[in-house]
Design a protein around this ligand. Structure first.
Ligand code: FAD
Length: 595
């Protein structure tokens, strides 16, 4: 293991008790998150849950300590592109800080997060991991290190694309390396689509592919290439003579090294100087006759790549959820420890409201992760209904959770006060990192349009999602009938609204509102079901309270200048901020409908 700087005095020094609030250093992010455990228990088979829990516990501890310190260092000591080796030979290479290498060792080597859903036997489990289980690791790791979330995810995505669409020879050559946990044999992946002409408008890409026997030569330029020195890259290029637009692009695998070990014919021109994800190298790449291999059907390139994009969108949702949870932990730590005007911050009414603005979107996103990942698992196993549901859930989740991440991070910074703005504390990095979620794998607008125009307009996904949710909570005996009625009426109202937006071209400007409404209605229904399920088992029913808060604050008509606050809401907030389990009877009474 590399010798790293020690964390130093990030917890309140013993000689200054109570002077400044500590941060989350030393917190175990798994143990500090009973909601995560609750949702994993609901969604995973018991044997698998018991198998992975010690590993989650270990990762949770590392993420709150050693890996967090590595992430802080890797963010400060950014990658550097070199053009030559020390003998003066033209051999490009990227220098990473040892802290980044240590993060890689943990993510790829020890936990194998990139390989969990493709290779059997990771962490001693005889099968591949279901998506819910894999992303529990994503969620914990990204609370410490966000930049590397991208290489982990694209390596996973490349392996999936290759195993799904690649021919046997290509698989034999590249699949094993992409799913290796032995660091000396691991070959990380990359996914290069964006060109200067367009990121959203991919059909405008100008990179060309010329056939040369059983391989292709690529010429052009890729404008945003994360994990720039990846050994195996999936990219889109237009075969010579193919039609314009997305239907004319093919999917190719481009290795960094050729069979004789020499570098492939492309150059990293420079690395981007980025606002966030600074630990990870994103570059601009010139393809100068680079050798590549066609993957799958040549005229289905974009459709095939869309599979990777879909899986990446889910992963982006989970990573944003992780950043929000980290912001939530940090804000609660400050609020419980910092004393101002003779009171702890958490006891001050205005601050309590602000803490709720951090907590509620975080918990919504957590429910969305569990549901979407569960659905993806079923869809991967061939369930057609789940595949339909997934088509709408992924852009809905990606759109809203990534967007919510920005105010959540910003609120957490503010809760820490002036120190929140200082780079020695994590909040400044959380604010910077939060911004990328709305850009990669489609901007917020592109995802909102995808939800409304494609998933709702063409496939009726709003009805699929409503039916799936009703099917879940209607079966719950623990959920009061009247609350089921409120949920049903809310879902119906949202369904009508998104349909009206989808069917009238003049309403395109409301696509974000419609996608957001779907997100809120979905999470309200999920949290009610989760709270009732957990409460009925004698566990924590607090998610039922969160469900009603979503309905009241995100979907119900409100007068912003009204001074009335119902007593249920005051008590609900008190219970939620107290951080103690809420019994089912209390939760059902509070949402206004006794069992
Ligand atoms: C740090 C970083 C890493 C990245 N890594 C990669 C990578 O590894 N691989 C890769 O392929 N790409 C990568 N990207 C690129 C990213 O996916 C694109 O930047 C993104 O898709 C947006 O494309 P664009 O930059 O061309 O913006 P544009 O497409 O030009 O969009 C500009 C604005 O127009 C809006 N817009 C576009 N179309 C519409 C519409 N129909 N209606 C309303 N508004 C619209 C967008 O929402 C946006 O606000 C990365 C970007 C960043 C910042």
């Amino acid at each position: 293991m590399h010798q790293l700087n020690k964390p130093g005095d990030v917890t309140t020094p013993a000689d200054q008790p109570g002077l400044l609030a500590p941060d989350t250093s030393g917190m175990n992010f798994y143990r500090a998150d009973p909601a995560l455990t609750d949702l994993l228990r609901i969604h995973l088979p018991d044997a698998l849950f018991r198998h992975i829990e010690p590993h989650l516990d270990r990762l949770g501890g590392l993420a709150g300590g050693h890996l967090d310190e590595c992430a802080r260092l890797a963010d400060r000591h950014v990658p550097v592109l070199h053009q030559r080796d020390r003998f003066g030979r033209d051999a490009q290479w990227i220098e990473y800080h040892p802290a980044y290498r240590e993060l890689e060792r943990a993510a790829f080597g020890e936990f194998g997060i990139h390989a969990m859903s493709v290779r059997k036997g990771i962490l001693g489990w005889p099968q591949t991991f279901p998506v819910v289980a894999k992303h529990a690791f994503t969620f914990l790791f990204n609370q410490a290190e966000f930049g590397m979330g991208c290489p982990i995810n694209v390596t996973d995505g490349c392996a999936k694309l290759l195993s799904r669409f690649g021919d046997e020879a290509l698989k034999a050559k590249y699949l094993d390396g992409l799913t290796e946990t032995d660091m000396s044999r691991l070959t990380q992946g990359g996914q290069f689509m964006t060109e200067k002409e367009g990121g959203s408008d991919v059909g405008k890409l100008t990179t060309t592919a010329m056939q040369e026997g059983d391989r292709w030569r690529l010429t052009g330029e890729k404008w945003f290439c994360s994990n720039a020195d990846a050994e195996v890259v999936m990219l889109l290029a237009r075969p010579q003579g193919a039609i314009g637009g997305t239907r004319g692009v093919g999917l190719f695998l481009m290795p960094r090294r050729l069979d004789d070990g020499s570098p492939n014919h492309y150059r990293i021109v420079r690395l981007k100087d980025k606002l966030g994800t600074r630990s990870m190298a994103s570059g601009e790449i010139k393809l100068e006759g680079a050798i590549a291999y066609a993957v799958g059907k040549l005229d289905r390139g974009f459709v095939q790549m869309a599979e990777m994009v879909n899986s990446s969108r889910l992963s982006n949702g989970v990573k944003s959820t992780a950043l929000m949870r980290r912001a939530h932990h940090d804000a609660m730590t400050v609020a419980q420890n910092r004393v101002v005007f003779g009171q702890r911050i958490i006891d001050l009414p205005l601050a309590r409201r602000q803490l709720m603005k951090i907590m509620l979107p975080t918990e919504q996103a957590l429910s969305m992760y569990a549901f979407s990942a569960d659905t993806m698992g079923k869809a991967n196993a061939g369930d057609e209904e789940a595949a339909n549901l997934l088509r709408i859930l992924t852009p809905v989740y990606k759109f809203r959770a990534c967007r919510d991440n920005i105010p959540v991070a910003s609120h957490a910074l503010e809760v820490r006060g002036g120190l929140g703005y200082i780079e020695e504390w994590v909040t400044a990095r959380l604010v910077r990192d939060a911004q990328i979620g709305t850009l990669w794998e489609g901007t917020s607008n592109i995802n909102a349009l995808d939800v409304v125009q494609r998933a709702v307009g063409k496939a009726g996904g709003h009805k699929t999602v409503s039916a799936a949710l009703k099917d879940k909570y209607e079966r719950s005996d623990a959920l009061p009938g009247q609350y089921k009625g409120l949920l049903g009426a809310t879902l119906d109202r949202v369904e009508r609204f998104v349909e009206a937006v989808a069917t009238d071209p003049k309403q395109e400007k409301r696509c974000r509102l419609a996608a957001g409404a779907l997100y809120h209605a979905t999470t309200a229904a999920l949290m009610a079901w989760e709270g009732a399920t957990l409460g009925a088992q004698g566990g924590d029913a607090r998610r039922l309270l969160l469900s009603r808060l979503v309905i009241e604050h995100r979907l119900a008509p409100q007068d912003p200048l009204s001074l009335n606050e119902t007593s249920w809401e005051q008590e609900a907030m008190d219970l939620l901020l107290q951080d103690k389990p809420v019994p089912l009877a209390k939760a059902t009474a509070l949402v206004g409908y006794p069992p």
